[in-house]
Write a protein of this length. Structure first.
Length: 283
């Protein structure tokens, strides 16, 4: 059973002999920290915040801040590939961003479209699969076309999956999934007595998206802004003070090092060992 919002199929074969080119190293020569594989998050969700504040500090328009953020995203994806992150989800345009000025909305629509067009070839060469999560209504047809072209071009890549969340909202995703599930219940496709979390998850935008391990936000703000609430239930939260245009892969690696220090219990707990028990065991 699959929900009606499922638009795309997952990759089923390797890149048909096309070589994967590793991302270029960081200009500083910095290399990713050496961490055990189990301390590297598999899925990093990113709220790319601070473009407007960065622009204001430079005496520039907010639009100039968004332009500078493009290079940051590309470098962060390069850093994710280098350290072994297999999924990156980027909050590119939320359902609430329509409230911004018409000029900024118009720019962001065209900018998201053009970023995908400009960067899809290099993403493809790195073995990155590009996907899209979000609502179709109100989204420019040209934006949808570029996203779907990138999805098709990169669908067999397996190094890392970059999900561009464009016209996305967490509550909207859950509401849309609930509506689609209710329709299937009414049609007799789904038995309501057998609905569980796994059933519901099949109706989300990307049913095969793994849970978020690291939820990372730049600019110092400490809120999730409705980004991937279902998938981030047990995510570790890391908030960096750096504004997004000043971010590069080193900021991602620093967030991952913080993540690596966390003790993830998923609701479980264990008592600290009793030293008297250890002493008795040694007698």
């Amino acid at each position: 059973m699959t929900g009606p919002r499922r638009r795309r199929s997952a990759p089923t074969s390797p890149r048909q002999g096309r070589p994967v080119v590793p991302p270029p190293p960081h200009p500083s020569g910095a290399r990713p920290p050496q961490l055990p594989a189990d301390q590297v998050p598999k899925h990093v969700a990113i709220v790319m915040d601070g473009n407007g504040r960065w622009a204001n500090q430079q005496g520039l328009s907010r639009i100039e801040g968004h332009k500078m953020g493009e290079a940051s995203l590309l470098d962060v994806v390069a850093g994710a590939v280098e350290i072994g992150v297999t999924h990156v989800s980027a909050y590119a345009f939320s359902t609430e961003n329509w409230r911004r000025s018409p000029e900024e909305v118009k720019f962001l629509m065209g900018f998201n479209r053009d970023v995908i067009r400009r960067r899809r070839d290099v993403m493809d060469s790195w073995g990155v699969r590009v996907r899209w999560a979000g609502r179709r209504p109100r989204l420019w047809r040209s934006v949808i076309s570029e996203l779907e072209t990138a999805e098709e071009m990169t669908r067999e890549n397996t190094v890392c999956t970059l999900t561009m969340c464009v016209n996305y909202g967490g509550r909207a995703e859950i509401a849309d999934a609930a509506r689609a599930l209710a329709q299937d219940v009414a049609a007799g496709v789904v038995n309501p007595d057998r609905i569980d979390e796994r059933t519901f998850a099949r109706y989300l935008d990307e049913p095969d998206m793994p849970d978020v391990d690291l939820f990372w936000r730049s600019s110092g703000e400490q809120r999730t802004s409705g980004f991937l609430p279902w998938q981030s239930t047990y995510a570790e939260m890391v908030f960096s003070d750096v504004l997004w245009p000043d971010v590069d892969r080193r900021a991602l690696w620093a967030a991952i090092e913080t993540y690596a220090t966390r003790n993830r219990r998923y609701g479980g707990a264990a008592d600290a060992p009793d030293p008297t028990d250890e002493q008795a065991a040694g007698e």
